[in-house]
Design a protein around this ligand. Structure first.
Ligand code: ATP
Length: 324
């Protein structure tokens, strides 16, 4: 069993400063969407600026995909408004589509075509042709380190490489706003890192990037995190500020049996812990509690630590529910 009382820092956000950011490119006001009686998006306000990476984080069914489908003009606006690059998406569908790049959860590549052919088909859909299209394909293949794979069939690529081709496809027409629904799905940690390098590069080039993820450590890299719960926005801030708002530290216990340990800690030490994944967690600023918990649980615990709150703690604190 390991016990620690030092504060640990999750991945720090690369850039949480608003000063480097540009104009608002995506502006959502009081957006609602329902399927029959089922309210999927419930009065969301949200803006994303040029150069900003904003992550929408929420449990299954919290409304992330519905939000993305409205933003990408695939679902109509029922109530509220959205502007993309200053254009109301209900009134300027074609112009808006030319300004957004979209990557959905389900892969969109034609795996029987080569990397090059996939890009060229996409370019043709957006009215690009001839030298302009060739130059654009060359530049994106270079940007995503795909030049040496351009003649390979997509079915021969790894999941990470396929995602890079999808990103290149989504960027062919130089969108000002990039929408990505769970872009890390199916990627190994190395491929995720290179995806994030690519997103950071996009943001550096002045694109507004809005994506969903269910991975907390990934959300911690964004400039801003939006927490959704049952279609409502329950938090919107830089990840470090969201964590700091909780104040102090968090006690994390990894016991052999979650329910047993929770009951023992309540009975013996009057501690109110919450089950989060495979751990028991609770706000805690008193390092001496580590020794007490260790003594109380004895051999029935694998590790006890006090660290800084993470985004999962923020979600639990704001909703009273577990994230997963
Ligand atoms: N086409 C549909 N018809 C009816 N209800 C739907 C439809 N699509 C989604 N819903 C419901 O709307 C709510 C939000 O779903 P949505 O898919 O937007 O959430 P999500 O956060 O993207 O979930 P996940 O993480 O599982 O993809 C859920 O209650 C879902 O069951």
């Amino acid at each position: 069993m390991t016990t620690t009382s030092t504060a640990t820092s999750p991945i720090d956000a690369p850039n949480e400063s608003a000063s480097a950011l540009g104009d608002v490119l995506c502006d959502i006001r009081d957006l609602h969407h329902r399927y029959g009686d089922n309210v999927a998006v419930d009065g969301i306000d949200l803006s994303v600026r040029a150069g900003e990476i904003v992550v929408v984080l929420g449990k299954n069914g919290s409304g992330k995909t519905t939000l993305f489908r409205v933003l990408s003009t695939l679902l109509p606006i029922q109530r509220g408004s959205v502007t993309i690059d200053g254009l109301n998406i209900a009134e300027h569908v074609d112009a808006v589509r030319s300004r957004i790049g979209i990557i959905f959860q389900s892969p969109s590549l034609d795996i029987k075509l080569t990397v090059d052919e996939n890009l060229r088909c996409q370019g043709a859909l957006y009215g690009l042709s001839g030298r302009e299209l060739s130059k654009r394909c060359d530049a994106l293949l270079e940007q995503f380190s795909l030049t040496d794979r351009r003649r390979d069939l997509c079915q021969t690529l790894s999941g990470g490489l396929k995602r890079r081709v999808e990103l290149a496809k989504g960027l062919l027409h130089r969108p000002r706003v990039m929408l990505l629904d769970e872009p890390s799905t199916g990627l190994d940690p190395g491929a995720r890192l290179s995806l994030w390098d690519a997103l950071q590069q996009l943001a550096n080039d002045g694109v507004a990037v809005l994506l969903t993820t269910h991975l907390m450590e990934e959300a911690a890299k964004a400039n801003r995190v939006i927490l959704l719960d049952q279609g409502k926005k329950i938090a919107d801030d830089a990840p470090s500020r969201l964590r700091a708002d909780l104040g102090g530290g968090v006690l994390t216990i990894v016991p052999d049996d979650l329910a047993d340990a929770k009951a023992i800690l309540k009975r013996e030490l009057n501690l109110e812990t919450q089950i989060v994944g495979e751990t028991l967690r609770m706000p805690c600023d008193a390092p001496e509690i580590v020794a007490k918990v260790s003594e109380t649980l004895g051999d029935a615990v694998q590790s006890i630590s006090i660290g800084r709150p993470n985004l999962e703690d923020v979600f639990v604190a704001r909703t009273g529910k577990q994230f997963q």
